[in-house]
Design a protein around this ligand. Structure first.
Ligand SMILES: NC(=O)c1ccc[n+]([C@@H]2O[C@H](COP(=O)([O-])OP(=O)(O)OC[C@H]3O[C@@H](n4cnc5c(N)ncnc54)[C@H](O)[C@@H]3O)[C@@H](O)[C@H]2O)c1
Length: 346
């Protein structure tokens, strides 16, 4: 199915990692649709990522907090969107352990404001981007166990609890108001434009700078990794063909121990493993995530296309070649970019 110029899609949080990749994916696949990106530009939002699109008259960036009901309603009034995809979130588990409140605000209240706006402006199709972390974790010694859509929600951190709450709200809006809602729960993503506080970009950037590589505990925790473009394709399919009122798991069939990823990055960049330092483990650290995505595969024909070897190579190369993107992130300079370059234009 193809979308054409009469479609307007709101992609919240599009100055962040996955949201920006999704916008680039959409722009390439559907050159005629209008894409509107409201983003609060928190520390995780980087205007330089979407700056190349600012001259595109079918793209609009708006600095906006999704909790700002008046601002969100005004945006819906102006843009009359057909679809809303909500990537905007506080997304870092460690930060949620330090200060949970903003996670509840953005991830729960913000999601409900967006869905209220969807109800108010014509029962707009709404997709909520969620995470496999809502299921809690799995034991390390039970490789047979995977998360399915029926696995009970059992989140461990303030971050995952806030995401689980938003998922429940989304389903409640479907049942109570008939809002056409879908939810996707994805495993760990990696790829270009990821903020270097998350495992893979942090290790790449530190290794490139010959800095130490801090690994929680022994680094034995297991995550299932998915290349970001495969996530974007899955969301596109769900929007095109998914059944409303349904949850879809998205996963990469790639379970890796954190320590093995760090060693792989050292090897790829020719750095010594002596850079690795083991630091005190994260509180309540989830042991293992593993996703069963057979519902998405059997209903919509999706499967991950980028294997980990290729995806991690692309990702490492991207960070090697894009110092101009991540060096200002590390220095903090990127946060001044919006005012300096685009304050007048959005
Ligand atoms: N990164 C992963 O591995 C992963 C895996 C599964 C699901 N997810 C989910 O995908 C979504 C995107 O994750 P990400 O890694 O791209 O996050 P990110 O932290 O890189 O980006 C989040 C974006 O949301 C914006 N934002 C934050 N609060 C906002 C608010 N109140 N109003 C408007 N914008 C706001 C930020 O400025 C930023 O641009 C999140 O919902 C996350 O829970 C992420």
């Amino acid at each position: 199915m193809a979308w054409n110029s009469d479609k307007t899609i709101i992609v919240t949080g599009g100055a962040g990692f996955i949201g920006s990749n999704f916008i680039f994916y959409l722009r390439k696949k559907y050159p005629d649709i209008r894409i509107v990106c409201p983003d609060k530009l928190t520390y995780a939002g980087n205007m330089t990522t979407v700056a190349p699109l600012l001259n595109d008259d079918k793209f609009r960036f708006v600095r906006l907090d999704i909790c700002d009901r008046k601002g969100v309603y005004e945006l819906f009034d102006e843009e009359k969107p057909d679809i809303v995809v909500n990537f905007a979130a506080e997304s870092h588990v460690d930060r949620s352990i330090d200060s949970p409140e903003v996670f509840l605000q953005t991830n729960i209240t913000g999601t409900s404001v967006l869905m209220d706006a969807c109800r108010e402006y014509g029962n707009v199709r709404f997709h909520q981007i969620s995470t496999d972390e809502v299921y809690g974790d799995l034991p390390l010694d039970r490789p047979d166990m995977l998360f399915t859509e029926e696995t009970p929600l059992d989140p461990s951190s303030p971050y995952s609890s806030s995401k689980a709450s938003a998922d429940l709200l989304a389903m409640a809006y479907y049942r109570t108001y008939g809002l056409p809602v879908t939810v996707s729960r994805c495993s760990n993503n990696y790829g270009p434009y990821q903020f270097p506080e998350k495992l893979i970009p942090l290790m790449i950037v530190n290794a490139l700078n010959n800095k130490s590589l801090p690994v929680y505990g022994e680094g034995l925790n297991i995550r299932d990794w998915l290349y970001v473009e495969d996530h974007c394709r899955a969301v596109d399919l769900i929007l095109q063909k998914g059944r409303v009122g349904e949850v879809y798991n998205i996963g990469g069939n790639t379970e890796m121990k954190n320590i093995d990823i760090v060693k792989l990055i050292c090897k790829a960049l020719g750095r010594s493993e002596e850079l690795i330092v083991h630091v005190e483990d994260r509180k309540g650290h989830d042991k293992r995530y593993a996703i069963d995505h057979s519902k998405l595969s059997s209903e919509l024909g999706w499967k991950p296309l980028t294997d980990f070897g290729k995806g991690i190579k692309n990702t490492i190369e991207w960070y090697v070649e894009h110092r101009e993107w991540w060096e200002p992130v590390i220095s903090g300079e990127y946060q001044r970019y919006y005012e300096k370059m685009y304050g007048e234009r959005t």
